[in-house]
Design a protein around this ligand. Structure first.
Ligand code: FAQ
Length: 316
């Protein structure tokens, strides 16, 4: 490609991003943009799918049939989100098999939060309230991301995540108004999930390797710290309303900023978790690998059936 042609393509891309138009799969895009969208979408898709495990752990032990049906629907929604996102990522020319192979080889990440165990029923409330709550704050912003298939996937995902957040909060509300033991269980779940939820937004802006470029491309619309602050500001009043205490001695309302000040995240813990050394990293990956292997016969049978139909069609 000539230099002037390359410059023209780059200028067209930049103008589309500046005009808030979406970049679509067949449009020309810089290689590093393509790589970054793919990295983020694949990580996001893997998060949705691995994220089924902590809650899936409680489907057989949900306290009532009603809670069980809600939880099953929620976990299935997460599988659906993973599928939209793998499909959106495939528009960039990488297959789902390749993305999953990268996950299994430890080359692709998924959200740090899913490497923590779900120990009690209250954890299911905390996951819905805090983890889905944090996910929505991030994903509402991503509805305006510059890559078209990603932005469109986010619209539907956000609608479902709102329901997930409310069902989690409702579980916490019921427990917090229950017996002393139930209230203690809800408080313990909040204590364990609070800090990992804040970590979901990624490193501070100044430490975030990809943010500057991603903001310039409008792949990311708001920074890690801006979104984290929004999540804190909207979640604290929710905790207060149900009489639970966020485990942060430095938390206080800052009148001047019109926002909460909060304590420092344990970044060493975050780095350990995203490097594969969190409490459940091995268990999560092993489970995913085993599920893929155990389901191989289903995929083989479907492929054989499809092949037979194709051969019949050709013979007719
Ligand atoms: N966990 O330069 P940055 C959900 C990595 S969906 C793991 O700031 P970036 C629904 C980052 O990849 C939750 N790794 O990166 C649900 C990079 O490493 P790399 C998932 C993290 O991309 C609920 C390095 O650190 N949501 O929960 C994390 O600009 C309940 C440097 O970081 C999404 O994925 C982390 N928390 O910003 C499902 C949203 N943070 O790739 C089931 C889309 C950072 O160079 C049950 N993703 N890293 O090896 C994003 O918005 C962004 O990718 C960020 C990170 C904000 C996560």
């Amino acid at each position: 490609m000539s230099e002037s042609n390359q410059e023209h393509l780059q200028a067209t891309f930049d103008a589309r991003v500046a005009a808030e138009s979406r970049i679509e799969p067949r449009d020309w895009m810089p290689d590093d943009f393509r790589k970054s969208v793919l990295r983020q979408m694949s990580q996001h898709a893997h998060s949705e799918v691995i994220g089924m495990q902590p809650e899936g752990n409680w489907i057989t032990r949900a306290p009532t049939l009603h809670r069980k049906t809600i939880l099953m629907a929620k976990v299935q929604d997460e599988a659906g989100h993973g599928l939209y996102l793998y499909s959106a990522a495939e528009t960039l020319g990488t297959s789902r098999d390749d993305m999953i192979a990268a996950l299994h080889a430890g080359k692709a990440k998924y959200a740090s939060i899913f490497n923590y165990p779900s120990l009690t029923w209250a954890d299911i409330g905390a996951i819905g309230w805090l983890v889905d709550g944090a996910a929505i704050v991030n994903q509402v912003s991503l509805q305006r991301t510059s890559y078209g298939p990603y932005a469109r996937a986010m619209v539907r995902i956000c609608k479902e995540e709102s329901f997930h957040q409310r069902q989690g909060y409702q579980i916490m509300m019921v427990l917090a108004r229950g017996s002393e033991e139930q209230k203690a269980m809800a408080q313990d779940a909040l204590n364990r999930w609070w800090w990992p939820s804040l970590m979901m937004f990624g490193p501070h802006d100044a430490e975030s390797a990809h943010s500057a470029k991603s903001m310039q491309w409008k792949l990311k619309r708001e920074s890690n710290d801006t979104l984290r602050q929004r999540f804190v500001d909207q979640t604290i009043p929710q905790a207060e309303l149900i009489g639970l205490t966020v485990p942060d001695p430095d938390l206080k309302w800052n009148e001047e900023r019109g926002a909460y000040d909060f304590g420092e995240i344990d970044w060493e813990e975050f780095m350990q978790v995203i490097s594969g050394n969190g409490p459940c990293n091995k268990q999560r990956l092993d489970h995913h690998i085993a599920a893929k292997e155990n389901g191989q016969w289903v995929r083989d049978a479907m492929a054989a059936y499809e092949e037979k139909r194709r051969a019949r069609r050709e013979a007719a």
